[in-house]
Design a protein around this ligand. Structure first.
Ligand code: BTN
Length: 238
């Protein structure tokens, strides 16, 4: 796949959009950067992007992904990131690497990588910020950060991890869908951290909920403190 690497860029999301529209192709495109000056997180939050971590976006032509694959797409991206990261960790450290719905990567319960999924009529964009040596302070009530160097990953592993992830994601998405060679929902369940509560940061009073179950569409059932339960849907295409 084509790979563009920057020392510094506004955001790899923007760089990938620019490249995908300037040179449309029929394969995955990988854009990486050492630094971002305008990194974006989910829901318009900034993503602090200091040197030492790695920032990447994969642009995927929509013609390569069948529409019945889209509901599980956020889980498949998380699984591919888990696998590529786990492969670079010492075996004893792998159990501490977990997924938080839909695709945050946690190390010992703290956020080691965040993912932003966006779509245009032509492409899906998978943006990932991976904390390798810096764990930026989280000031808005989100999950505290981790850095993967504490888990034993090499401090210069960023580019290798980005390339491995993009290759893994392409392989995973090219496999037969549900019921085929892999069961995305079961694999995701096995790698998730079920004991940690989540905060619904976009709801009034940011309620704390506990994850309970995951269904075949990739929706997460959560339980509120009063015992009420609700299915959450990942609205990444909104
Ligand atoms: C989150 O809020 O958890 C998602 C963070 C996504 C950050 C990555 S860094 C690479 C890509 N470029 C961006 O501007 N954002 C994503």
């Amino acid at each position: 796949m084509k790979h563009l690497h920057f020392d510094s860029v506004d955001s790899t999301m923007e760089a990938a959009r620019r490249e995908a529209s300037a040179s449309p192709g029929n394969d995955f495109l990988l854009v990486t950067s050492e630094v971002q000056t305008g990194g974006r997180g989910t829901r318009g939050r900034p993503w602090h992007s200091p040197r030492g971590n790695i920032y990447l976006t994969i642009a995927i032509p929509r013609t390569l992904i069948s529409s019945d694959r889209l509901s599980l797409f956020p889980l498949e991206t998380g699984l591919a990131l888990w696998e590529s990261t786990a492969a670079l960790l010492p075996p004893a450290a792998r159990d501490g690497l977990r997924l938080k719905w839909p695709n945050d990567l946690l190390w010992e319960g703290r956020k080691a990588a965040g993912m932003l999924l966006e779509a245009t009529s032509e492409h899906l964009f998978v943006g990932v910020g991976i904390n390798l040596v810096e764990a930026p302070e989280v000031v808005d009530g989100g999950t505290p950060s981790a850095r993967l160097s504490d888990a034993g990953i090499g401090e210069d592993a960023g580019l290798a991890l980005a390339k491995s992830f993009s290759g893994n994601l392409r392989d995973l998405l090219m496999l037969p869908a549900l019921g085929g060679a892999r069961n995305t929902v079961e694999e995701w369940r096995a790698r998730a951290l079920w004991t940690k509560s989540l905060r619904l940061r976009d709801r009034p009073a940011r309620p704390e909920v506990y994850p309970v179950d995951l269904n075949a569409e990739g929706h997460l059932k959560v339980r509120f403190a009063d015992g009420r339960e609700e299915w959450l849907v990942s609205e990444y295409l909104a």
